[in-house]
Design a protein around this ligand. Structure first.
Ligand code: ZN
Ligand code: ZN
Length: 160
């Protein structure tokens, strides 16, 4: 999704700072640095991947701090966690989220984002049927590459 590329880090940091203040958490340089790195990560990442990324970029941050900060970012609404089947929780920036769902290959773990307006209509229709107003939804479709050995993503992984 092309909307992903323009993320205003300063604006996110301001929101996070306000949240920390309101909830009486300390606003540390480390927490802000973690948010900056979240923005630099690929769209979907695990806490461990973020940890490895930060360590390889010379940041002295502990796993525990990453986990607790991701939890704060989640509560602040800046980050969304997806519990994809078979793997660890993958996070992504909420601003990158609007109206996309996920298709997952259960063989190679590839995550594809798609946007289906028909689905949005269906969500609204079903909610209305039960006299509710849809706020958000989450759909995961589990799938498989037609030929495992020929999965381009699988080959990419093997080459790493
Ligand atoms: Zn696959
Ligand atoms: Zn996504």
């Amino acid at each position: 999704m092309e909307t992903a590329e323009r993320v205003d880090v300063e604006q996110l940091k301001e929101r996070f700072a306000t949240f920390l203040q309101e909830q009486r958490y300390r606003n540390t340089a480390e927490r802000m640095r973690i948010l900056e790195c979240v923005v630099e990560m690929p769209k979907h990442f695990s806490a461990d991947e973020l940890y490895v990324y930060m360590r390889t970029h010379g940041e002295k941050v502990s796993r525990a701090t990453i986990y607790s900060t991701l939890e704060l970012l989640r509560r602040c609404g800046l980050v969304v966690g997806h519990r994809f089947e078979g793997g660890s929780t993958k996070y992504e920036l909420a601003v990158r989220l609007p109206n996309h769902d996920h298709l997952l290959c259960t063989d190679c773990g590839r995550i594809v984002e798609f946007c289906a307006p028909q689905l949005q209509e269906l969500v609204e229709q079903i909610s209305q049927q039960y006299a509710l107003r849809a706020v958000r939804h989450s759909l995961q479709i589990f799938a498989q590459c037609p030929e495992f050995g020929r999965c381009p993503y699988q080959r990419e992984l093997a080459a790493q």
